[in-house]
Design a protein around this ligand. Structure first.
Ligand SMILES: *Cc1c(COP(=O)(O)O)cnc(C)c1O
Length: 483
């Protein structure tokens, strides 16, 4: 049963004078406020805060949290984002007092253990990437893109080359062209062929001596491994440019293919995707980057170094682009990634990817009769199906299906991205789901396609709110409760 009172806005739960805690009488000598705090340092009025008991607060936030879907409560096949289950052992290890209670202003000598962990993580990420140098600083995948593009810019500047363009395919994640623009480059779009690969002719036409970087997501957002990656890398390098790998889809190729081996010069990781860090809710992520040796000197400083005896933060990097994040980055997220990688080891990471690919192909083959997959019968860790057929037959859109899935207790797949496929549904089951869960999800989709169209247009029916105006919510967020 839903506790509707607890779900009210917390200001409506307020009663004058109600408190969460009662303090004992003060034994500190009384002083008038004017004596301790000058009038100009004080607010004109008390802040408008709800007055509630501790139980009110706990029930309110617990009930609100239960309105959400999460990987701890539901199957979450959100393509491109790798929403896998987050093993609790990583949380436990990251919460050990020796990890949690460190202060970044402690001396290096007093946190050698943490520096060792971060140093080893740099090495492990370098090895998985097949690239030599790593920075752990960036705070998200998109931030890693930006830091890497700034690193590339510094590299070209140092060589006396003036390159102004960053290229990316039309199927790229929106952060790719956005990072290019923020880093001061002109973003150039390269076409895809109808079967979803990079259009080599178009790439050739757009590559020139102004091209700094070609950004590619491989496996792509369509869940396909770019079969021309080697010729693409050769073309980019022949034009004097660098190849950037958007590593959001590393879950498909861990221990199977290394970006450095297939020609990438730089990449980012999304530990909150690939290495099971918790996502979202505005909480911290991380976006470590790995680059080829010649780009290493330009990486953000400091990096963690080891001289055979002591671990230290190396600030002595005259060519570095400088800091992109305070202290050492989002260390808690990095600790979780370290634990995840060490738990699986090399062989285990390969199995993660093999099972992620197996699960995606199992689901693809179950669904393709009703939701055709334009890019073919095989996929990597995710696939893009289309609801066009069912829309033509019954007037049901990908949005209707996504919304109705919530009523069945499944998070929706990513819909309408990539924009190169009409009525797209991008489904990524991940390796952490059982056959039973995948079967139940397929079954829910089949049942939905047989339900009355009117019911689907109005879905979801079981959630706190049904279909908010998403554009308005994004453009005019209501951040306080109206009086
Ligand atoms: C998630 C994602 C990003 C951005 O990563 P964040 O960690 O969310 O900043 C970039 N590219 C692709 C393909 C992604 O899926």
């Amino acid at each position: 049963m839903r506790n509707t009172r607890a779900l009210s806005p917390i200001f409506e739960l307020s009663a004058p004078g109600r408190r969460g805690a009662t303090l004992p009488p003060s034994d500190v000598p009384y002083a008038a406020l004017d004596e301790i705090l000058p009038a100009e340092a004080r607010a004109d009025a008390l802040p408008d805060l709800p007055e509630v008991a501790e139980g009110d607060v706990v029930r309110h936030y617990t009930c609100i949290s239960q309105l959400n879907m999460s990987v701890d409560t539901h199957f979450y096949p959100l393509g491109s984002c790798t929403m896998k289950y987050n093993p609790k052992r990583n949380e436990r290890l990251a919460s050990l007092p020796g990890m949690l209670d460190l202060h970044p202003y402690q001396s290096e000598a007093s946190h050698q253990g943490m520096l060792q962990l971060l140093f080893e993580l740099q090495q492990m990420l370098a090895e998985i990437a097949g690239l030599e140098a790593v920075s752990l600083q960036p705070a998200a995948g998109a931030h890693g893109e930006l830091a890497a593009l700034m690193t590339a810019a510094a590299y070209f500047r140092d060589r006396g080359e003036h390159r102004t363009k960053v290229l990316a395919p039309d199927s790229a994640h929106g952060t790719n062209p956005a990072s290019a623009a923020v880093a001061g480059f002109d973003a150039v779009t390269v076409r895809s062929t109808p079967d979803g690969y990079v259009d080599l002719e178009d790439l050739k036409a757009k590559l020139d001596d102004q091209s700094a970087v070609f950004m590619i997501t491989n496996p792509s957002t369509l869940g396909m491994f770019e079969r021309n990656i080697k010729p693409i890398a050769d073309m980019v390098h022949a034009a004097g440019g660098l190849l950037y790998l958007d590593g959001a889809n590393m879950n498909a190729i861990l221990g199977i293919a290394r970006p450095g081996d297939f020609g990438a010069d730089m990449m980012h990781y999304n530990p909150h995707k690939t290495f099971s860090g918790p996502h979202g809710g505005g909480g911290p992520g991380a976006g470590p980057i790995a680059v080829r040796g010649m780009l290493g000197p330009y990486l953000p400083a400091p990096v963690v170094a080891f001289d055979g005896v002591r671990y230290r933060l190396d600030y002595d990097r005259p060519k570095s682009i400088g800091r992109v994040r305070s202290f050492f980055g989002n260390v808690g997220v990095l600790v979780r990634a370290y634990c995840y990688i060490r738990t699986y080891g090399g062989k285990g990471l390969r199995e993660v990817s093999e099972n992620a690919v197996l699960n995606a192909n199992y689901l693809l083959s179950k669904l393709k009769h009703i939701f055709p997959v334009p890019q073919g019968d095989r996929c990597m860790h995710e696939f893009v199906a289309t609801a066009s057929k069912i829309k033509a037959e019954r007037g049901i859109s990908a949005m209707d299906i996504a919304k109705r899935l919530l009523d069945y207790g499944f998070h929706a797949p990513t819909v309408y991205f990539p924009i190169t496929v009409k009525e797209s549904m991008m489904i990524e089951p991940t390796e952490t789901e059982s056959k039973e869960t995948l079967d139940a999800f397929a079954e829910a989709l089949f049942r939905i396609t047989e339900e009355p169209a009117d019911l689907l247009h109005e879905a979801p029916h079981s959630t706190g709110i049904s279909r908010p105006d998403e554009v308005k919510a994004a453009r005019q967020p209501q951040t306080s409760w109206p009086k």
